[in-house]
Design a protein around this ligand. Structure first.
Ligand SMILES: [Zn+2]
Ligand SMILES: [Zn+2]
Ligand SMILES: [Zn+2]
Length: 470
């Protein structure tokens, strides 16, 4: 009989959790963090999604009980796991494979060498998620990374910061968070630039590197143009397109009417010329038109923003701070979405309302009054309120709780204010409603929704959203 999972011992007496079918490891009470040292994914479903789910639920990044542990996958899934490849340490035919056993020892040896703290608290905020990603890289001895665009994604992400939970439509926010994070690492001396790799050009508005290029007519803008060689007849010095020489299947000079010689060539092709099929204009250099498929804006090549792709490495201080998880105290979470402290929440408003900021979005802040009897049992400030944990999938809102006030913030481009505000109020009410159904005594009420316009005084806005706290 094939059980959903088993735990076996390898030659080095490491306990391997062998996953034969999708197992929600974190929600399996019989399994605990201490029960196993490594994971072997042995699920072979004809459905790719099912294999991926099995990996996700037992992954060293996303599962609390598996975190940072060596994770191997059956060789039969090689080439089939897409972006999950980032979190897989290798492939093996059987969980007792010798190379896999050695790989596990190497990973643990590296962790010992850098005093890596294995057991850390569950991830709640975006920041913690990215911290974990860096810690994972360090635990595997990956100390350098580049800002190369990730294949399949149009944004010039740093691949290191890339494999996090992925949410459709949130790429912009996530990119902003990653830039904020990267700038902090540099400032704190946790990483340093090691070399220049390439210069790429991105859309000046959304900063995506995926752009469409069109060669087009400088007169009418059409891309319906053809290129042909220009012929130079030595005898009379005539220079004109090859088509103007066409004469009864041969080449004849349109100026001096002499046939061009094939033997002892008396002409050359010094360049080429373009002709527009739409307006018949001829020109030497076509214009280049660039279309950003995302925001559908058209640019010239000069409008595009040059971005350097560079390689970075963690410094010894950085490795130390990530390994022992000191970054929790030294890195600011202000620039991240998701749940944060009230102080971070307000600092975010201050930071991104600066007039020099490139984006001039409005801020929508929804404020709920909440009463949760479950909160009475929580003594320390350190614990994340249960309702916050329940709401943590609302990654597209920065949120914070202050007493009985639960704040949510999102940014909106000018034209989308009404739509986003409605959507936000609807989503949050629906979710809090669900929570209420399952938690007796929980009460909530939308107090107000506040709009911040670029240029408003941010301190008086903060006073507005804070007033009448119950
Ligand atoms: Zn764009
Ligand atoms: Zn034209
Ligand atoms: Zn001629």
């Amino acid at each position: 009989m094939n059980e959903k999972y088993t735990i076996i011992k390898n030659a080095n007496r490491r306990r391997i959790l062998v996953v034969n079918d999708v197992v929600d490891v974190d929600r399996t009470p019989e399994l605990s963090f201490e029960d196993f040292d490594a994971i072997f994914i042995n699920v072979i479903s004809s459905l790719t999604d099912r294999n991926m789910l099995a990996i996700r639920l037992a992954s060293p990044l996303l599962s609390e009980k598996c975190r940072f542990k060596p994770c191997y996958v059956t060789r039969r899934l090689m080439g089939w796991i897409g972006k999950a490849e980032v979190i897989v340490d290798g492939y093996a035919t059987v969980p007792t494979d010798e190379n896999m056993a050695q790989g596990i020892e190497d990973i643990y040896a590296n962790m010992r060498r850098i005093n890596f703290l294995l057991g850390t608290e569950p991830v709640i905020t975006h920041a913690e998620e990215i911290f974990r990603l860096c810690r994972y890289a360090i635990s595997r001895g990956q100390f350098t990374f580049s800002s190369e665009p990730t294949p399949g994604l149009s944004l010039g992400y740093m691949s290191l910061y890339y494999y996090t939970l992925w949410f459709e439509g949130q790429e912009n926010l996530q990119m902003e968070e990653r830039h904020f994070f990267h700038a902090q690492l540099l400032k704190l001396g946790y990483i340093r630039r090691t070399r220049f790799i390439d210069k790429i050009h991105v859309c000046p508005v959304c900063r995506r590197s995926h752009q469409l290029f069109f060669e087009c007519c400088p007169k009418c803008g059409s891309s319906d143009i053809r290129e042909e060689p220009v012929l130079h007849h030595f005898r009379c010095a005539n220079v004109s397109p090859e088509s103007s020489y066409a004469w009864d299947g041969e080449l004849r000079c349109p100026k001096c009417k002499h046939m061009l010689r094939h033997i002892g060539v008396d002409y050359d092709k010094p360049s080429s010329i373009y002709t527009c099929n739409a307006c018949d204009e001829t020109f030497m250099y076509p214009d280049m038109r660039v279309l950003c498929p995302t925001n559908r804006q058209t640019w010239t090549t000069d409008d595009l923003l040059p971005i350097d792709v560079e390689e970075y490495e963690f410094t010894p201080e950085g490795i130390k701070a990530f390994a022992n998880y000191d970054i929790r105290y030294t890195l600011s979470q202000v620039g991240f979405y998701g749940y944060s402290s009230m102080r971070d929440f307000l600092d975010y408003l201050r930071l991104f309302s600066q007039p020099d900021n490139e984006r001039s979005d409005l801020f929508i802040v929804a404020r709920f009054y909440v009463f949760d009897p479950a909160l009475d049992n929580i003594v320390t400030q350190e614990v994340t309120p249960p309702v916050v944990q329940e709401m943590s999938r609302f990654v597209n809102y920065k949120n914070a709780m202050w007493g009985n006030n639960y704040y949510f913030l999102c940014r909106a481009p000018e034209g989308q204010l009404a739509r986003l505000q409605n959507q936000m109020e609807y989503e949050l009410k629906a979710e809090l409603d669900d929570y209420q159904q399952m938690h007796e005594g929980f009460q909530f009420e939308l107090v107000d929704t506040y709009i911040y316009h670029p240029g408003d005084d941010v301190e008086s806005f903060i006073r507005r959203i804070e007033e009448d706290r119950r």
